[in-house]
Design a protein around this ligand. Structure first.
Ligand code: 8YV
Length: 322
């Protein structure tokens, strides 16, 4: 008998057909709200779940006794309790690599947008306020030759640093749990303590995953260490930063500007001041959201799910099941 799966979110028709060839696709109304009887009924039968931002809780896992694999269409898996999955013998797969360059493109775009005040200055033109030549109050900051500090130096962090070092001649500092000698050689990057990085960088870019150790890693104290001219970029997870401290630092000139793709709460609540601040470029979590990359991520997640449920080695397993 075919195994059953729940498809949460969008796959293209070809990917759905590929899964339907091997598995029964369970019909559901697109939510994982286990307070609903209909959702519990579907969960009770499912062997695999594919989707992104999946709100996985122990209660949800209790409701899915046949579950063998969760295949997330994302590299990050902070919404999923991996240890709990491992304890229950459930495999988790994610989609690294295929989104690295696209995410790094957006990270660097935010460095440029916040540094060169692109959104703010485009608004000057849009609102018909470009009446004389632009004066120093609207001048921006250089990017080339400035020091880029990478908080986290994994695949995406390295890809952003590569753009900065090779394309813009930026000296690179990085803080990371382990040293990266190959990248030090390739990019001239220097590893240092987080506090040193914060004090010496002109651009500070966050790419660490959200874990217990990195939650609120950057708060009031850390902002106070940065240069008043520093530009802060976050493409990792909003919860790595104390958002209230960030807002305060941007308001009182502790730092100069920020480019943000991620927020403590997403979608950003309408009460947030961040999108209305002139020195902030705020985006709706779109670092990997190109046609090509979302397609590649979905395909990778489909491949992972299919392989894992067929008892083969998936391409990207997060945990190990004995
Ligand atoms: C997505 C991301 O949030 O991969 C990640 O960890 O942050 C993004 O690419 C999204 O989940 C993709 O569907």
């Amino acid at each position: 008998m075919k195994k059953s799966i729940m498809v949460m979110g969008r796959l293209d028709a070809r990917q759905e057909a590929e899964l339907a060839e091997h598995f029964t696709l369970l019909e559901h109304s697109g939510s994982l709200d286990i307070s609903r009887a209909e959702v519990r009924e579907v969960l009770a039968k499912t062997h695999g779940i594919i989707g992104s931002g999946l709100p996985v809780t122990p209660e949800l896992l209790d409701a899915a006794p046949a579950l063998q694999v969760i295949s997330t269409v994302s590299v990050g898996y902070d919404s999923i309790p991996v240890d709990e999955l491992t304890k229950r013998g459930i495999l988790l797969c994610n989609t690294p690599d295929v989104l690295t360059e696209t995410t790094a493109d957006l990270g660097f775009a935010l460095i440029m947008a916040a540094g060169r005040r692109l959104v703010e200055l485009a608004e000057v033109v849009k609102q018909g306020k470009w009446q004389s030549s632009i004066g120093p109050e609207l001048f921006s900051s250089d990017i080339h030759g400035k020091t880029l500090g990478m908080v986290g130096f994994g695949r995406i962090g390295a890809a952003i640093a590569r753009r900065g070092a090779l394309g813009f001649g930026m000296p690179i500092l990085y803080s990371n749990a382990s040293p990266k000698p190959a990248l030090e050689k390739e990019l001239g990057a220097k590893r240092c303590e987080l506090d040193t990085l914060l004090a010496e960088s002109d651009y500070v870019c966050i790419t660490v995953p959200l874990t217990q150790e990195t939650e609120k890693l950057i708060g009031k104290r850390e902002f106070s260490l940065m240069k008043p001219s520093a530009i802060f970029v976050n493409i990792a997870r909003g919860k790595v930063v104390d958002e209230a401290a960030l807002i305060e630092a941007l308001e009182n000139g502790t730092i100069k500007a920020a480019g943000l793709d991620v927020f403590e709460q997403e979608p950003l609540p309408s009460s947030s001041p961040l999108p209305h601040m002139a020195n902030v470029v705020a985006l709706p979590h779109i670092a990997s959201a190109t046609h090509e990359t979302r397609q590649a991520m979905a395909q990778r997640a489909v491949d992972n799910l299919r392989l894992a449920l067929q008892g083969e080695e998936p391409i990207n397993a997060v945990n190990e099941i004995a």
